[in-house]
Design a protein around this ligand. Structure first.
Ligand code: LU0
Ligand code: ZN
Ligand code: CA
Ligand code: CA
Length: 558
């Protein structure tokens, strides 16, 4: 493909001086608009390319042409669009693959992205291979056909097109990792995109504040246009309070690893993760590793990173997000690590087919990787651990009278007055509570003055009463010995016609009652076939009582 092929010499092994030269003396790359995609003109003379001996790799224009060709060949199931521009103005192309591709159907969504790091060219080949599996094998491979019909898969082929291109301007490579961002006055602020995400950015010694470092995190979270484009796309997939993307793979090289969050801590299940989710991460990771022969482990087992992508996707959106470090296993040099011969592409991308299709499949219920019980528990029409805002409304009827300590989703601070009253969350770190902060004394931030109400998003129940799962939740209701039956905690079902039925109620009495998370199971078969909402209320009906209430892990099972 290339018009002026370089001599097919293999790379020198000495990476140190070459990397330094690249960092110090690299000429600025002039912003170049992406050439109109066309299969007949796949490269231009100015377009950096792989050496002839590696022509099996796609350079930037070949990558774009290949994506556009897939959309042209399969217009019913492939749609290509840009999620934003790189620093130098290149489109960051995304392909959506699904049946009825032009409609945003209510189907579980999967995100796959490649090439955060400029030199990791095998990742773009992997992303292109996935696009080809899903589009070329649709209608012939039954698994692919089912997944295209029942999922929406979004693929980014190169999050860092400027870096990808720049890497090919060396002799023949620059072993470049970061993006190509500069300040308006021209100072290099090349950023490691996988350290620029906004969760616990720069927190934990897993990135560098030094501009010339390979892991420079940028001057601020989201300072790179490329991470902002990815962020804005993911944020846009929250529909009616629910993130549509359930599973994700970010493709890197190398190491033959499957990594789950977190990267910023060595703790397996820190407070910002739930046990349920950790169990699913481990089960999904190991199931995929069994399919491709990689090693599955927590990301921080490799080394600590902060501001990386999977930490943000899980923390902010609870997406089951994995890093794949592709072929080969660790080699002693950057060249050995990141530039496998193009003869390896076909086998090393095909190797991941079963693992990647597995994760696309599990987008409908990631917990199914653990066992059927976990699937039934967490993949019914409602599962809310309150770690995210999933569309609850406070005071939905405009009838609340509480003056303080109203329901809020927050990190409850434990309080104690003659024993524990408010407790830390039942799962993870957040719960629905009456005033999450502890305040200056135990009664400083409890419920006061009357009623507080919270209502869930609408949930549609199965039409067959035998298939309507139970409603379950953890609650706590604590009060001082001055309480009366005017204080209460209750749960109601709001039916389709707006009528509300109390399905659970605890009233106060004149005893000191400590907080204790208690799980309740209730039948809601009576509402089969209806679209209902769950309503929780707490009332401080007396004068100056200490009253605390909390709710966590609300489920309607399947
Ligand atoms: O970003 C990275 O440093 C990754 C590893 C982390 C995801 C743990 N390795 S890479 O840069 O060599 N792809
Ligand atoms: Zn990487
Ligand atoms: Ca929780
Ligand atoms: Ca409180």
């Amino acid at each position: 493909m290339r018009l002026t092929p370089r001599a097919p010499v293999r790379l020198a092994r000495a990476i140190g001086p070459l990397l330094l030269a690249a960092a110090v003396a690299a000429p600025a790359v002039v912003a170049t608009p992406v050439a109109a995609p066309s299969t007949s003109a796949r490269t231009s003379a100015a377009e950096p390319d792989f050496p002839a001996y590696d022509s099996g790799y796609h350079n930037w224009t070949e990558t774009v042409a290949e994506i556009m060709q897939a959309a042209a060949d399969h217009p019913d199931i492939v749609k290509v669009f840009s999620i934003g521009k790189s620093y130098q103005g290149r489109d960051i192309w995304m392909a959506k693959v699904s049946d009825n591709v032009n409609t945003d159907e209510d189907e579980p969504e999967v995100l796959i992205d490649a090439l955060h790091h400029a030199r990791e060219h095998l990742t773009t080949e992997q992303a292109l291979a996935i696009l080809h599996w899903l589009s070329d094998d649709y209608g012939t491979d039954p698994t692919v056909t089912r997944l295209v019909d029942t999922r929406e898969t979004f693929i980014v082929f190169a999050l860092n097109p400027d870096g990808m291109r720049y890497d090919l301007t060396g002799d023949p490579f620059r072993a470049w990792r970061k993006n190509r961002q500069r300040t308006p006055s021209g100072t290099a602020i090349y950023t490691d995109l996988n350290r620029n995400y906004g969760y616990d950015w720069g927190c934990c010694g897993g990135s560098s504040a030094n501009k010339s470092a390979e892991t420079y995190r940028g001057p601020a979270p989201w300072s790179a246009p490329e991470t902002r484009a990815l962020r804005d796309f993911v944020n846009s997939r929250v529909i009616n309070g629910v993130q549509q993307i359930r599973t994700h793979i970010t493709l890197h090289t190398n190491g033959e690893l499957i990594l789950w969050p977190y990267g910023h801590t060595k703790t397996n299940v820190p407070r910002d993760m739930t046990v349920q989710d950790h169990d699913a991460f481990v089960a999904l990771g190991r199931a995929m590793a069994a399919r491709n022969g990689y090693t599955a482990e927590q990301s921080s087992d490799l080394y600590i990173t902060d501001g990386d992508q999977i930490d943000w996707l899980y923390f902010q959106h609870r997406i089951f997000s994995f890093t794949f470090e592709l072929y080969p296993t660790e080699k002693p040099t950057v060249w050995g690590d990141h530039y496998p011969d193009d003869s390896r592409i076909a086998a090393q991308t095909a190797r991941n087919r079963s693992a990647i299709l597995y994760l696309i499949d599990h987008a409908d219920c990631p917990y199914a990787a653990v066992d059927a019980a976990a699937a039934n528990r967490n993949c019914g029409p409602l599962y809310d651990d309150f770690e995210l805002d999933r569309g609850w409304t406070r005071d939905p009827y405009g009838t609340d009278t509480a003056t303080a300590g109203r329901w809020e989703r927050g990190i409850p601070a434990p309080t104690s007055k003659s024993g524990p009253k408010q407790l830390a969350a039942s799962s993870g770190q957040r719960a629905l509570v009456t005033g999450a902060a502890a305040g200056s004394r135990p009664a400083a931030n409890d419920l006061d003055g009357g009623r507080t109400t919270m209502r869930s998003r609408p949930v549609t129940l199965d039409a067959d009463p035998a298939k309507v799962g139970q409603l379950s939740f953890y609650y706590l209701f604590a009060h001082a010995a001055t309480s009366t039956s005017a204080d209460l905690f209750r749960v109601q079902i709001e039916a389709q016609d707006g009528t509300r039925t109390t399905v659970f109620e605890q009233r106060g009495k004149p005893v000191d009652r400590d907080g204790a998370w208690t799980q309740v199971y209730l039948s809601i078969d009576a509402w089969a076939g209806q679209t209902v909402r769950v309503v929780v209320q707490a009332v401080d009906g007396g004068a100056g009582n200490l009253v605390e209430a909390g709710v966590d892990d609300v489920r309607i099972r399947r």
